[in-house]
Design a protein around this ligand. Structure first.
Ligand code: IPE
Ligand code: IPE
Ligand code: MG
Length: 238
């Protein structure tokens, strides 16, 4: 069935272990991890992907030491300041999934600026998931729907799988076709729970700071061998 690859989501995991293995502080793993994002972004463009979603900070990552969190936001800020030119050149739109209100103001403003400047770009969507949690996204959507029903904007009968999506952060995006998680962990860690419903999953042992275009291409080739049945029956047996 459908082999088109429009949307790849990445759980960029293993920055800390990568650094530890080299005797470096964890935050240098995040520094290198941010640099890798540029490479993988380019790799996505080269493969004519339309959307990439990057899990940069989860609602659970607030459990980490403040120093690590501060460094991480600082590296993200540097990333967006540096890459805005590239996004404009490529016609890529920066989008955010997650609640930015808790993100330090300085970082938030840089990201808002990138969103504002790229909002009319149509070639590619760079969806950064920041202070994002799949469960909290679904609860948020449910509350927004309840508000709309209460205010008479929609009725209960209007609520269905299609209309529900209008209340998610990803409302304008196609569903995730491929999820790649680095570092050998095999779980979703609360990432895009709704959007992953029929995604293909690839787990690689490579830590995110070592992930590269070559391995991305291998993942894409692996994706092409998958038979996406969507509850139907095997290809060629219809
Ligand atoms: C992923 O790397 C980046 C974030 C969660 C922000 P980790 O920091 O989780 O690295 P490990 O899993 O501890 O090695
Ligand atoms: C998931 O990685 C979150 C991000 C990559 C931003 P974690 O390292 O936080 O996930 P767990 O704790 O191993 O599940
Ligand atoms: Mg981790």
């Amino acid at each position: 069935m459908e082999k088109e690859l429009k949307h790849i989501a990445f759980i960029m995991d293993g920055n800390g272990r990568w650094a530890k293995k080299r005797g470096l502080p964890r935050h240098l793993g995040h520094k290198r991890g941010c640099e890798v994002c540029t490479d993988i972004y380019e790799g996505c463009l080269e493969n004519h992907i339309q959307v990439m979603s990057l899990y940069a900070f989860s609602t659970e990552n607030w459990n980490r030491p403040k120093d690590e969190i501060d460094h991480l936001f600082n590296y993200l800020e540097i990333f967006f300041k540096k890459e805005i030119k590239r996004f404009m050149r490529d016609g890529s739109r920066v989008m955010v999934s997650g609640d930015l209100s808790r993100i330090p103001e300085k970082t938030r403003n840089v990201i808002y600026d990138s969103m504002e400047r790229t909002k009319d770009n149509k070639n590619f969507a760079f969806n950064i998931c920041l202070n994002y949690g799949g469960k909290s996204e679904i609860v948020r959507a449910t509350k927004l729907i309840a508000e709309d029903i209460k205010n008479g904007v929609i009725s209960i009968d209007d609520v269905n799988e299609k209309s529900f999506e209008n209340y998610l952060y990803t409302k304008d995006l196609p569903p995730v076709d491929l999820l790649i998680r680095t570092s050998g962990e095999m779980r979703t860690s609360n990432f895009l729970l709704w959007q992953l419903a029929y995604a293909e999953f690839i787990f690689t042992k490579t830590c995110w700071p070592d992930f590269n275009k070559k391995e991305l291409n291998e993942c894409i080739n692996e994706f092409k061998t998958r038979d996406r049945r969507y509850g139907g029956i095997e290809d060629g047996n219809k």
